[in-house]
Design a protein around this ligand. Structure first.
Ligand code: ZN
Length: 321
């Protein structure tokens, strides 16, 4: 049985914060372990800044129906990797095959990150996302595999697992690929309509909790109007460069079919129109744009739409590419 005693060094070398959890080199299940990829999970536990790793004990010690360790590393609320095992763990069950990962024993084939968030009404934190991308890129490089060897449990599961939820796995793989190619820094930032000091909208924009597809606690809405009354998202862009701009909206048949998003680039404002009646509850790319460094309003949702239906302003994410 192989082990991966290099894991801690590889993670630290990638700039990932690591906490070694006891005798990780000798804590493992018996059986084969010959990993070719990385599997992403969420724990289903609710983490917070003051309780950043509620599932850590279970991941180390297991549960009555499943002996530990349950993953090679747990990723806490702050993006710290708690390294639990250098060997085989009970995290993957049977692989039904996904991408280049074949059908077989998932615990042999893959190294597992348990990202500690509940996945029902809590999303992966930005810190968890960034650390997971950096760690996955470094480990795949060490394994001599490309980003397609990173999968989500819901892709390989044969028993209907849903984790990790609230994340587009193709986007996550693209970010791993960019990291492996040395492109960008993996810098990413989310501004929600509720993010303090970073979202501005006039009183004409109402606040709603109606759709379960919302990002965070609520979102803003307004009737379309042929006038300038945009809702703005302010970002502190670390350096002038190329950034993927993504938007999240809850979708509804009564929402706007042609919502203009405005991106303030180095060469002026660019407009991208989306259909907010569909593809809600997920990050949707508006494209890649060159943005100037500095802390300023970068992305807006405009009410100036020719279509009927409410214009929605929920969350926006930038990722350096
Ligand atoms: Zn899982």
């Amino acid at each position: 049985m192989a082990t991966i005693p290099w894991l801690v060094d590889v993670l630290r070398g990638a700039g990932v914060q690591v906490v070694v959890e006891g005798d990780w080199l000798n804590r493992m299940r018996s059986g084969s372990f010959d990993p070719i990829g990385v599997l992403w999970h969420h724990t289903a536990a609710t983490s917070s800044a003051t309780n950043p790793h509620p599932a850590l004990n279970i991941c180390i010690n297991g549960r009555s129906d499943l002996p530990g360790p349950l993953c090679q590393a747990l990723v806490d609320y702050h993006g710290v990797f708690h390294v639990i095992s250098a060997g085989r763990c009970n995290h993957a069950g049977t692989s039904g095959g996904s991408g280049p990962i074949p059908v077989g024993d998932g615990n042999t084939l893959m190294i597992g990150w348990e990202i500690d968030y509940n996945g029902v009404d809590q999303r992966m934190t930005t810190a968890q996302y960034n650390a997971s991308i950096a760690a996955t890129a470094a480990v795949l490089k060490r394994l001599g595999r490309d980003s397609s060897y990173a999968r989500g449990h819901r892709e390989t599961s044969t028993t209907g697992k849903i984790d990790p939820s609230f994340i587009d796995l193709n986007t996550m793989r693209a970010d791993v690929a960019a990291k492996m190619a040395g492109g960008g820094t993996g810098w990413t930032s989310i501004v929600d309509n509720a993010t303090a000091g970073r979202f501005t909208a006039s009183a004409n924009w109402g606040t709603s909790t109606y759709s379960g597809q919302r990002y965070g606690a609520d979102y803003r809405y307004a009737d379309p109007v042929a006038a300038s009354d945009a809702a703005w998202y302010k970002f502190n862009v670390p350096r002038t460069g190329n950034y993927r701009v993504e938007a999240w909206w809850p979708a509804n048949a009564g929402y706007n079919a042609a919502t203009p998003y405005i991106v303030a680039t180095t060469t002026g404002n660019k407009t991208v129109t989306v259909d907010q009646r569909a593809t809600g509850g997920q990050w949707r790319s508006l494209g890649t744009f060159t943005l100037p460094a500095g802390d300023a309003n970068r992305v807006a949702v405009s009410r100036w739409s020719s279509a009927a239906g409410l214009v929605i302003a929920d969350a926006v994410r930038l990722t350096e590419v």
